[in-house]
Design a protein around this ligand. Sequence first.
Ligand SMILES: Nc1ncnc2c1ncn2[C@@H]1O[C@H](COP(=O)(O)OP(=O)(O)OP(=O)(O)O)[C@@H](O)[C@H]1O
Ligand SMILES: [Mg+2]
Length: 295
Amino acid sequence: MARKLAFINYKGGVGKTSLIVNTAACLAKLGKRVLLCDFDTQSNASIWLLKLERWNPINTSGEGAVFSIFEPGHKRVKDLVIKDVLLDKAGGHALPGLDLLPTSFNLVDLESEYTGDPRRPAYVIFQEQIAEIEKDYDFILFDCPPNILRASQCGIFTANEIYVPSNPDALSLIGFTLLVEKLGRFHQLSASFRKVSMGVPAQICGIIFNAIKTGVDIEVPRMRMQLRLNQFKAAKRTAKDARIFTAFVRDAMVVRRAVALGMPVTLLGQEAEGDNVVRDFERIADEILRNPPAP
Ligand SMILES: Nc1ncnc2c1ncn2[C@@H]1O[C@H](COP(=O)(O)OP(=O)(O)OP(=O)(O)O)[C@@H](O)[C@H]1O
Ligand SMILES: [Mg+2]
């Protein structure tokens, strides 16, 4: 069974997409088979990995984007996955093993116009279709927007592990707190739809600090986050071994540049050379690999 991980924080702009894309790339580089599912209407991960010229036709037609499994509902996730999504300049595969389930702006309709069948919520439809292909993967990752509305619910219902990207500030701590509350509510609402074969409902397993500026001491924000995490752990509202990652990601211009270049930093070669941020993402991937959730 693939490990299924959602990256989410109720605070926007903390680096969820940057972390998930770069970590996914590091895992693929290690030979893991990785599927990244983009559940953010903004489509940042899809635009990043496909670049505009390949993403625009998907967005204009809606064909090929994840929303088409719900409306009109003729497509299945297995038909939409773009295998070995990253292409090099010559059109060859730049990173075999990294696949993408793309989204487009029409995903926003899932939150409003989509009515569906209340006996089969969108997250059930999605989870069943992931189950059809999960044998093909070691890791399935879900990039979520900063909320637990319908799009996020698809990732969270299907995942077993949640990682919370955070900046060393009070707002990230508030975002984490809100996430724990909303997550508990969603698990209650969706409990009757779960099957034993899906494994445990997604539990918060780790907090990952991102965009740490040189010379900034994160000990105090780290301690505050640890205290909050300890409270939630004691109340059994996170995984029992949930932790703040030892590895963190520094603030680096190349992380922003990577988006414009349509590549994860680990494939930027000379562009990122000498920039230790590549090592940061490798350490995050390594920490995830070395710490599968306790049975
Ligand atoms: N380690 C980093 N160093 C420098 N810039 C970063 C870093 N991480 C993220 N950024 C930049 O911060 C901005 C927000 O990052 P990102 O889009 O990954 O956040 P997000 O949490 O996914 O946002 P949203 O809530 O909108 O989905 C982007 O411009 C990104 O390039
Ligand atoms: Mg994002």
